[in-house]
Design a protein around this ligand. Structure first.
Ligand code: F6R
Length: 616
């Protein structure tokens, strides 16, 4: 989604700002801009719709230089993606603002400001911020005081960076609902919406908290909290992620991230497995006591993370004997829900900043006793400093490392691992999971990274299979039991990055409608581990073949499904049925990747999508 970079230094900072924007490209955006204060005290701006590369090209001609500046990648929410709406937004020629988030009272503010004579030149909600700030600046004379006053009138979510030609010694920042981090240098300081943007200049960071306003100068940082009180925020050294911003030998981040899965699954398991049991304290010191009380689980998430939740429902009910409901956050947050007693509220998110998931968590926490409270909240999340983690009672961090490809891959499989650990922990504490089965699954989990490596070794086989899809417009994905959400995830991956229409069905539903679509132009992808549903699945596959449909089946090598006319089998390593959803996800990721490459799409940044959906 939108990205912010800012800098105040003794040296020229334009290249630093542009490099920062490039590092944020993975979040998705549709225009980019930069504003720099030159050495004669004039504020200059460059904006382009499209990619940062176009902004860089413009910079080569314009050669903006300066020691104070802000930059932005915009993902349109108010107003079309065009240069006029791109940030930075100005009030006069000496005050500039970039903004992530949404100002909910922008219409009322716009009306007030227009009545005061301010002229608006964009359709954005951001422009009200810069004019409001100008208004306060005229009243108070000091930029920091003006920002504190303006912030009080803004409703909604924002991360802001502000510069003024009148006060060229400082870069200002304000955080409310959109993350911001200060990068600390030697005689220079930086600002960004994600520390990844600043890894080129520093490894020391200070994270702003909700309601913070910061005045960042070359040699000092001053922060005020939501109550206007001066606060010190801890500075931390960040080692993770340096390698993540680099594709290494891979053609795309997505392929790199698919191949990282054995390693990151291993990392997610580290420190969490005892000899024969899950270490329940991995979920936090109070987890054991809390888990003993859990009688229900409510899972809420979006997109790929929601699919992980759907797999977990099969595990929680079958292995831990706990009723489980799973729902997409955008629906859940607006629904009147009846809370069953002793329900654990679980959110799953790669970023931990997804607006709908965060709102669902906040609603869940705000419930009163009369409405029925949740027992506690647990976040399964990949970002330790995210809002979701900070606002949940318990956390299990997935250790996928930064995920750059917009289409989620390694985050999903590590979420599944986290959810299986949760299932085992709940079953263990509540005494509903036989210790022998838990021990067996712990052994299987230890072997999982090796199994995943074996699945990835089928890379070239899957690449060959992808040729079947290059010219197709529609596909069906089938699975039964816990493989049904895996089929959903496979279909989501294919549509996201290859733009082929893909739908997933539980295989048993085929004859209740979708079979009407099946013909020679509709490949049907199926995941078929060797379990008690295999025979039923085989009959479903016959139904497809009888209608001339082409079958691509990822099947256990002992499943007894043979290659034949119109049936292409990819033989999978044998795995315990409980862990099969994790293993069978990998070839589906590879399939969508290779189909997208064949179709020449922008694999890492598919059209219209953003990495982190921080607005509703
Ligand atoms: C799909 C994808 C999205 C995300 C969804 C939730 O490949 O990445 O569907 O899964 O936007 O994001 P997080 O997990 O960050 O809450």
């Amino acid at each position: 989604m939108c990205g912010i970079v800012g800098a105040v230094a003794e040296r020229n900072i334009t290249a630093i700002l542009l490099e920062g924007l490039k590092r944020l490209e993975y979040r998705g955006y549709d225009s980019a801009g930069v504003a720099v204060l030159d050495n004669s005290g004039e504020l200059h701006r460059l904006r382009r719709s499209g990619k940062v590369a176009e902004l860089e090209q413009a910079q080569q001609q314009e050669q903006l230089t300066g020691r104070l500046g802000i930059a932005h990648t915009r993902w349109a929410t108010h107003g079309a993606p065009c240069e006029r709406n791109a940030h930075p937004h100005f009030s006069g020629d000496d005050l500039a603002v970039v903004h992530n988030g949404i100002i909910e009272n922008h219409e009322a503010l716009r009306k007030q400001l227009k009545a005061l004579g301010y002229v608006f030149v964009s359709d954005t909600d951001t422009e009200v911020i810069v004019h409001l700030l100008r208004h306060k600046l005229d009243e108070f004379g000091d930029l920091t005081v003006a920002l504190k006053a303006a912030a009080k009138e803004l409703h909604g979510a924002y991360g802001l960076a502000v510069v003024s030609a009148k006060q060229p010694d400082r870069l200002l920042a304000a955080r409310s609902g959109s993350p911001l981090v200060i990068g600390l240098g030697m005689g220079e300081n930086f600002l960004a919406s994600d520390q990844l943007a600043l890894r080129q200049v520093t490894d020391r960071f200070m994270y702003l908290e909700e309601g913070d306003i910061a005045e960042i100068r070359r040699d000092s940082v001053q922060i005020w909290d939501a109550n206007g009180q001066p606060v010190a925020r801890e500075s931390v050294q960040y080692h993770e992620g340096a390698e993540a911003a680099d594709k290494g030998e891979y053609r795309h981040f997505m392929l790199k991230e698919i191949h990282e899965q054995p390693k990151v699954v291993q990392r997610t398991l580290e420190g969490r497995l005892g000899d024969h049991q899950v270490l329940v304290q991995a979920f936090g010191p109070e987890a054991a006591e809390l888990f003993a009380k859990v009688r229900n689980v409510q899972i809420v998430a979006c997109g790929t993370s929601y699919h992980a939740g759907m797999v977990a429902r099969y595990w929680l009910e079958e292995l831990a004997g706990i009723p489980c409901q799973v729902e997409v956050a955008s629906e859940f947050r607006y629904r009147k829900v009846v809370v069953q007693p002793d329900t654990l509220f679980v959110t799953i998110s790669q970023s931990g900043e997804t607006a709908d998931s965060l709102a669902a968590l906040r609603n869940a926490k705000a419930r009163t006793d009369k409405e029925g409270r949740y027992l506690a909240s647990l976040a399964i999340c990949n970002v330790g400093i995210s809002s979701l983690v900070r606002e949940s009672d318990l956390t299990l961090l997935t250790q996928a490392g930064p995920e750059i490809g917009v289409a989620s891959t390694k985050a999903f499989t590590t979420q599944l691992v986290g959810l299986l650990l949760l299932t085992l922990a709940l079953g263990q504490v509540r005494g509903t999971l036989a210790p022998a089965l838990e021990a067996e699954l712990i052994d299987e989990l230890r072997r999982l990274p090796t199994r995943l490596g074996e699945a990835l070794a089928m890379d070239t086989t899957v690449e060959k299979i992808s040729e079947h899809f290059a010219e197709k417009h529609h596909t069906l994905f089938l699975g039964r039991g816990a493989q049904y959400p895996v089929a959903m995830e496979g279909a989501l991956k294919l549509k996201e990055i290859s733009y082929i229409h893909a739908e997933a069905y539980p295989a048993g539903e085929l004859k209740h409608g979708p079979l009407a679509l099946v013909d020679a132009d509709m490949p049907v992808v199926t995941v078929a581990p060797n379990n008690e549903l295999l025979e039923k699945l085989k009959s479903n596959l016959q139904e497809v073949r009888a209608r001339g449909g082409e079958l691509i089946v990822f099947a256990d090598r002992e499943a007894g499904i043979e290659n034949g006319e119109g049936t292409f089998i990819v033989s999978m390593p044998h795995i315990h049925d409980v862990l099969a959803p994790i293993l069978y996800t990998l070839p589906l990721q590879l399939l969508s990747y290779y189909v997208a490459v064949l179709r020449g799409t922008d694999v890492d940044q598919p059209r219209n999508l953003a990495k982190s959906v921080t607005v509703e």
